[in-house]
Design a protein around this ligand. Structure first.
Ligand code: AGV
Ligand code: CA
Length: 316
């Protein structure tokens, strides 16, 4: 059935669209989902995830799948205005037409749910994280044995650019938000031997949400999957004249897309460490003796948008 994958996300618009896309990938077998309330809220994030699985998953593949709630907390909270997006997606009519929720919510909290899924698996599993790494750091602390079950981690986070995307008082702007929310978690995961594929701002900056992209999805809204994607992104400000602190990129969707199609991007090895405290906290830097990670530094935007548009159109 292809690659086994556990998905931990933080309930932003692009996190939830990522879940929708994963469900359309023929070669991906989802073993579990968990939601961490970082760039989104927990209850609507869990509910929206269940409803997306109900509406867009293949029942033959998603039968026993559960959505777990994280009880992790970070150090630097996301702006509430961004987090409100979760309520919007959860309320979309296409996710509420049936009036019921079938997909089960797990008893265990996210990190323990992931430990359970890893221990149960005979083959190595891929982890996809599109929010902070807190649940993975806690899982490694509580159950060091599961490290051997992780084939690789694909993470949206970090940047080696001079400028990150954090614009907060008492910060110098060099960090990416998922790393900034919990810098200690990044350090914990960096201390492991898990192979890491890092989808950092180097590549995600090349796939902004633009009016052109939206119009393309609008023209294809006769496909329910693309109508859903278009409705989701209607909540987010596109790039028009210049980048602002609210400009939306397809950060997590690019990260998810490379699970299904690694050929969309260019990768090179970078040795890095993370700054844990002070005005640059959450910043990832290149250091000669740092931990090797596979940095996704480039993407072909045309092929990327074609890929996700076709995948969305294939949904039933
Ligand atoms: O830093 C990118 C991460 C991604 O996982 N998130 C959004 C994506 O889900 C944080 C973020 C940075 N800038 C944002 C963000 C913005 N303008 N709106 C919402 N979230
Ligand atoms: Ca996210």
């Amino acid at each position: 059935m292809g690659v086994k994958l556990y998905f931990n996300h933080d309930a932003g618009v692009d996190d939830l669209v990522s879940l929708f896309l994963l469900l359309q990938m023929k070669d991906v077998e989802l073993t579990g989902i968990s939601v961490i309330p970082a760039d989104g809220y927990l209850e609507p994030g869990v509910k929206a995830s269940c409803k997306i699985i109900d509406r867009f998953g293949d029942p033959a593949k998603t039968g026993g799948i559960e959505v777990a709630r994280s009880n992790s907390r970070g150090r630097n909270p996301f702006p509430a205005a961004w987090r409100m997006h979760t309520f919007f997606v959860d309320a979309l009519p296409i996710l509420n037409e049936s009036g019921t929720i079938q997909t089960a919510v797990a008893e265990l909290p996210a990190h323990q749910h992931m430990i359970e899924q890893l221990r149960r698996s005979e083959e190595p599993m891929t982890l996809l994280f599109t929010g902070p790494l807190t649940d993975l750091a806690r899982a490694l602390d509580e159950a060091p044995d599961v490290e051997a079950k992780i084939g690789k981690l694909v993470w949206m986070g970090g940047t080696f650019n001079e400028r990150g995307n954090v614009e907060e008082p008492e910060h110098d702007g060099t960090a990416e938000w998922n790393a900034f929310w919990d810098p200690d978690a990044v350090a914990r995961v960096w201390a492991s031997r898990i192979p890491i594929v890092l989808v950092a701002l180097e590549s995600t900056n090349k796939v902004p949400l633009t009016v052109e992209v939206r119009n393309r999805w609008a023209s294809l809204r006769r496909h329910e999957g693309l109508d859903f994607v278009g409705q989701c992104y209607a909540a987010c400000p596109p790039l028009v004249y210049m980048e602002t602190n609210s400009t939306y990129y397809l950060w997590d969707v690019l990260t998810t897309a490379i699970v299904g199609n690694p050929e969309l991007v260019e990768v090179r090895t970078v040795h890095s460490t993370v700054i844990r405290d002070g005005q640059s906290q959450g910043r990832t830097i290149e250091t000669e003796d740092g931990r090797p990670v596979s940095l996704v530094y480039d993407v072909d935007p045309v092929r990327f948008f074609d890929y996700i548009t076709d995948l969305s159109a294939s949904a039933v």
